[in-house]
Design a binder for this molecule. Structure first.
Ligand code: GLA
Length: 673
């Protein structure tokens, strides 16, 4: 179908709108400004429970009726929230037991937000009541385009260690393990005499004098997510019933830098559309890499389907040590980087900067400086830009390879008493991702048990916990012709944090054709050198090395010094029709690049092109056409060769051969195909 044959909905543009913080006169100005900026979707009511239900069972919908009506008249759609992240003060007065308890036994207080024990029956009941009231009143309102349930499950607190949670945990465990005997076996309770003789003896893994049972902690992390998921499902099912045809979501925070408690592989299956919130790590000068990683992960948890960026910031946030403002052009670049990687729009926290409360120094679409400001000018320009890109909707981002990521493995590795506190799964994933980003490769993330057969290369940056099924899957992938690259300290334990039988890495030994005789964590500041022989660069590693024995694999780089000197460091194993690489050291990004060059040759990946560093090129494609996004994160003009002539959508210019992209700018070319 030609690109202009079907009328297409615009990309979403807008943000969290909190009209309850403002007198109604301001609402009129808000709507006029939203129209000026091209806003077409706002998230409403996220924190409005106390205003909507001022006393138990007594509702005040008048103000919400009015603002939804005004927005509707202005052609602005509403992502209507259930405000269940902020139960009102009256609720906690009646149910202080619904406040969550920390691992140390501190009961968190009312006065901020998100203080919820997800196992609390009183909370559940109150949340269902307000959700039902909203669904009944607005479920068929023509302005309501999306339901936004709760807000960011998982932050600021997910786990609750109270007695009600303990009871809930026990029933969850009974379902998971079936019998006490099996639980004792899975948790390895023979160690330190922790054997349970009755279910009632089992508690949440509260603060203990020394390290708590790691399998118990891992199960509790799983349980805590499931307890919240039960609450999400309850609200979602009610809304599906009361508001047929309107999609239901909850905003994720997939970036491992922002939320580490939710298994989004699991949650993505539960929402009608994946939505995500992302905030830059302002201090990081190349924070666009973390952004791309988060966007790729968001797209991937949803199986590649288009998703929606529900929150990011126009400039500084208020909750990092330094509220570093965005540079001119950065906001649009951030927004369009998310779009390039699959988002169907760009939304912000928040529409108008607050005057009061904890977030008053957070940037907004309408800043304290008002409309005579750079932010506002950029906000209106972005609105025009997104309007020009409407035709890309429903196309999909095209990836070059896959990276395996698993929240459960990360949780397990982070527990205490691992061989090195410094070897961090998140850091490994970020470093491998950065090396791939610098090679201008687009990454899909994949669950370790997912079908990987479509990818020429699969990178496993950190998979300490590898189930037997995942081990088989990764091996099968390589045997069938894939190129597998596994990084250190992967394949070590099973889903109960029990070491796989036999030498490490138990779950991946056969695939990799090596065994690891001993881990060799390095001293603080110590480095190791890897020698690859003639024609290969010497590489540097830190933090971690291993004594590796090849058992079918060939040595590609060996340790030139350090505790494993003379032994294999990077190996390559041919199996079936493919190869499996093992990287036993914690390498820096330039060293990872060298490994990728070598493994990439096995995978048939194109060699590094001539694209400058920090010029990001991403393709979205669909039956309507192919769209090449070029994001120039440098301050100087960059030239990019185009695979075909096309039309640049933000400027409307025809372009062929080479495209010049000014410093800090973005170009989106619809390729003539
Ligand atoms: C989160 C929340 C928002 C707001 C922003 C601030 O993403 O969902 O309500 O607090 O952070 O950056």
């Amino acid at each position: 179908m030609p690109h202009d044959a079907a009328p297409r909905a615009p990309l979403a543009y807008g943000g969290d709108y909190n009209p309850e913080q403002w007198p109604e006169e301001v609402w009129h100005e808000d709507i006029a400004l939203m129209r000026e900026a091209g806003v077409n979707l706002v998230s409403l009511g996220i924190f409005s429970w106390a205003k909507l239900e001022p006393r138990p069972g007594e509702y005040d919908f008048g103000w919400l009726d009015r603002i939804i009506g005004m927005l509707h008249e202005a052609g602005i759609r509403v992502a209507l929230a259930t405000p269940t992240v902020v139960p009102p003060a009256w609720f906690y007065r009646a149910h202080p037991e619904a406040l969550p308890v920390s691992r140390e036994g501190v009961r968190w207080e009312f006065g901020s937000r998100g203080a919820i024990c997800h196992s609390s029956p009183a909370y559940r009941e109150a949340a269902v009541r307000i959700t039902r009231a909203l669904g009944e009143r607005y479920g068929r309102h023509p302005a309501v385009a999306l339901w936004h349930v709760h807000n960011e499950y998982g932050v600021p607190v997910l786990e609750c260690y109270c007695e009600t949670s303990a009871e809930h945990f026990r029933s969850w465990l009974a379902e998971r393990h079936g019998t006490l005997e099996r639980l004792n076996d899975a948790w390895g309770t023979a160690f330190w005499g922790q054997v349970y003789g009755a279910w009632a003896e089992i508690r949440p893994p509260r603060a203990t004098p020394t390290t708590c049972n790691p399998a118990q902690r891992l199960d509790f992390a799983r349980f805590a997510g499931d307890a919240a998921l039960e609450n999400f499902r309850r609200e979602r099912d009610l809304l599906h019933h009361l508001s047929p045809g309107v999609p239901v979501t909850t905003n994720f925070m997939v970036s491992p830098t922002q939320c580490d408690t939710i298994d989004y592989w699991k949650w993505a299956r539960e929402v009608d559309i994946v939505t995500n919130d992302h905030y830059l790590v302002a201090e990081d000068e190349r924070n666009h890499i973390n952004l791309s990683m988060a966007a790729d992960l968001t797209r991937s948890v949803g199986g590649g389907r288009p998703w929606l960026l529900l929150e990011h910031s126009t400039s500084a946030v208020n909750w990092q040590p330094r509220g570093i403002a965005k540079l001119p052009g950065e906001m649009a670049r951030n927004s369009l980087a998310h779009v390039a990687r699959g988002s169907e729009g760009a939304m912000f926290f928040q529409w108008r900067a607050s005057r009061k409360g904890a977030e008053k120094f957070h940037s907004a679409m309408v800043p304290h400086a008002g409309t005579d400001s750079r932010i506002w000018r950029e906000v209106t320009a972005l609105g025009r830009g997104l309007a020009a890109l409407g035709e890309i909707r429903s196309t999909r981002t095209v990836a070059d390879l896959a990276m395996v990521w698993d929240w459960e493995s990360w949780w397990a590795q982070k527990l205490e008493w691992r061989p090195s506190d410094e070897l961090d799964a998140r850091e490994r994933a970020e470093s491998w991702y950065a090396a791939l980003f610098d090679r201008h490769l687009t990454v899909d993330f994949a669950h370790p048990e997912a079908d990987l057969s479509g990818y020429p290369l699969v990178v496993v940056p950190a998979l300490y916990l590898t189930t037997a099924a995942a081990g088989r899957n990764l091996r099968g992938y390589a045997e069938q012709g894939g190129t597998l690259v596994v990084s250190c300290f992967s394949g070590i334990v099973d889903e109960h944090d029990a070491v796989h039988p036999g030498p490490h890495p138990g779950a991946l030994r056969e695939a990799l054709g090596v065994t690891v005789e001993e881990f060799q964590p390095l001293r603080a500041g110590q480095t190791v050198t890897l020698d690859g022989g003639a024609g290969r660069p010497r590489l540097t590693g830190s933090v971690w090395a291993e004594t590796v024995v090849t058992r079918g694999a060939e040595t590609v780089w060996s340790y030139a010094d350090g505790p494993a000197a003379g032994g294999p460091a990077v190996t390559r194993h041919r199996l079936g029709r493919g190869t499996a690489w093992y990287v036993s050291a914690r390498l820096d990004v330039p060293a990872l690049d060298a490994v990728l060059a070598a493994a990439g040759a096995d995978a048939g990946l194109p060699p590094r092109g001539e694209l400058p560093r920090d010029v990001e090129v991403v393709l979205r494609a669909g039956e309507h056409g192919r769209y090449l996004f070029v994001l120039n994160h440098t301050g100087t003009e960059a030239e990019v060769g185009l695979p075909a002539p096309g039309t640049e959508l933000l400027t409307g210019h025809r372009t062929a051969g080479r495209l010049a992209v000014p410093g800090s700018a973005v170009r989106v070319v619809r390729l003539d195909d």
